[in-house]
Design a protein around this ligand. Structure first.
Ligand code: UN1
Length: 508
């Protein structure tokens, strides 16, 4: 019997198949570990300050060429990228599972999300529409045209190591921009794989300007170079609200654009008429899926007192029995937390909850027979008398805080009484409640769902949130407008020069 391959060997083979140059993943200063078993799987090289600056300069040059390529042709490059992603789906999905610890269907789902946004962007490449606007002057035409920005900097988080970058990149490329990407320092391998896959598409396209798409690896210093560079027109950053508080003002200082997708403290309201079994499944996926490490994870549940006892025993039972395990060797539904810090933050939040007298179901490390490595935890339900303490903060772990409500208005007020405003749900069969939730006086979040959970959005909608979530929008709908600059054009085809607002300026 052959010796089983070590995860490092397995990863090296996978990266080779995906087209990543072996020199990029050996002998570097930065160790990459897999959260599935804590083992080292590669060593990558951080880029120096000079290299990051050179990547930005090259991107700037590339953007000047790329902006002159007709948008539908730019779409053709993205179409080819989507094809390459389809071919690489199994390998890239597995690499996501290795590097981030996602269970296989979620690793593959993340790649599917990339494919979907490519398809969307290809269609969009023929639909970068501007308006024709009525002008008050005879013999004039007024219109709006959309132009590329130049260089788009993408800063992405570990939890969606490839999909969020692809939302930005597919749009940025069809919109005529170049992209410099700083992935999370925890997930450089999936980023290098994406770059290699993109290069295959670029080759089939017949070549693209050098530097059109680049990956720069390192810690926050790399992000800071992008944020401060006058050559980067837009920074799209995903991460914590703390990070956004630093990045946002720095970009504003130089009047650069930003798309910020920061923390979420997403809630669901469970109303008296809710379909309890459906709600149970939605809550389970939203709160325990991805081990609670989605920006959109369900973190707060506001349950009407009449259905509390119908839902909570079922929910507690689901938490006690959900399968937790190594996503590479088992078919568990819940994989590991990303690292020790994540585990400690979860423990701290649970300790603070217990101190408040909360009833806690679950929590704590789970032995997955994995040599003792990796931070596998049992997802936790924290039942509180009122929304307070750690419930008001986002902890990036599978903790679901639950409180009761009596009046719908109180539920709505509690719902909106947190800093973040990303995603939200209501579970009800009462159309008045459902409509109110999605009305002007309802949920204050960027995403508000009825009878589905807070996570797992499709790419077709604009993705992002309000308040401390940062206000940015990525992905579908008209989010593409964030990657272009708008220009108002007035064209005079008459022989007169009438001034607007009836102003006269007669030289006599
Ligand atoms: C994120 O967690 O940053 O809606 C993105 C979802 C996914 C994207 C999450 N489509 O859960």
């Amino acid at each position: 019997m052959d010796k089983p391959l070590s995860l490092a060997t397995d990863t090296t083979e996978l990266l080779g198949r995906l087209g990543v140059d072996a020199a990029l993943i050996k002998g570097g200063n930065r160790a990459v570990t897999s959260p599935t078993d804590g083992s080292e799987i590669a060593r990558v090289h951080d880029n120096s300050e000079a290299e990051v600056k050179a990547a930005i300069t090259a991107a700037r040059k590339a953007s000047l060429e790329w902006r002159d390529v007709p948008a539908p042709q730019r779409g053709e490059l993205v179409r080819l990228f989507g094809e390459e992603l389809r071919a690489a789906k199994d390998d890239l999905g597995r690499l996501v599972s290795i590097e981030v610890g996602k269970v296989p269907s979620e690793g593959l789902g993340e790649v599917q999300e990339m494919i979907d946004i490519c398809d969307f962007a290809v269609g969009l490449s023929r639909q970068l529409y501007g308006l024709t606007i009525a002008t008050e002057r005879p013999g004039h035409r007024m219109m709006e045209t959309w132009h590329p920005l130049g260089v788009v900097g993408v800063i992405s988080a570990f939890n969606f190591p490839v999909a969020v970058w692809s939302w930005n990149t597919a749009l940025a490329i069809v919109c005529g921009n170049a992209v410099v990407w700083k992935p999370s320092e925890k997930t450089p391998l999936t980023a290098l794989a994406c770059q290699a896959i993109f290069e295959k598409a670029a080759k089939r396209f017949g070549g693209v300007p050098k530097g059109l798409l680049d990956v720069v690896i390192g810690d926050r210093a790399v992000g800071e170079i992008m944020v401060d560079s006058p050559d980067v027109a837009l920074v799209s950053a995903t991460g914590s609200t703390r990070m956004g508080r630093e990045v946002g003002p720095r970009l504003a200082q130089r009047f650069a654009r930003s798309i910020l997708e920061l923390g979420g403290n997403n809630a669901g309201i469970v109303c008296p008429s809710a379909d309890i079994d459906m709600t149970l499944n939605a809550v389970a996926f939203g709160a325990m899926g991805t081990c609670g490490q989605r920006c959109t994870s369900l973190r707060r549940l506001i349950v009407h007192e009449d259905v509390y006892d119908a839902l909570l025993p079922k929910l507690r039972a689901a938490y006690e029995s959900v399968s937790i395990g190594n996503p590479l060797t088992s078919d568990a539904l819940v994989g590991p937390l990303i690292d020790r810090d994540a585990f400690e933050n979860m423990e701290k939040a649970l300790a603070a909850s217990r101190e408040m007298g909360a009833k806690v179901t679950g929590g704590g490390q789970v032995d997955v027979d994995n040599g003792g490595e990796g931070y596998y935890v049992r997802p936790a339900i924290v039942e509180l008398d009122e929304q307070a303490g750690p419930m008001l903060q986002e902890t990036f772990a599978p903790i679901l805080y639950v409180v009761k409500y009596r009046d719908f208005e109180d539920a709505m007020a509690m719902h909106n009484a947190v800093g973040a405003g990303l995603s939200s749900s209501i579970f009800t069969l009462n159309m008045r409640e459902a409509e109110l939730f999605t009305s002007d006086s309802g949920s204050d979040c960027g995403i508000a769902n009825v009878n589905i959970g807070t996570s797992g959005a499709e790419i077709g909608g604009a993705f992002g949130g309000e308040k401390e979530t940062g206000g940015g929008r990525e992905s579908g709908s008209d989010a593409w407008k964030g990657y272009m600059r708008r220009q108002t054009n007035t064209i005079n085809y008459s022989t007169e020069l009438p001034l607007a607002q009836g102003v006269s300026f007669d030289l006599g």
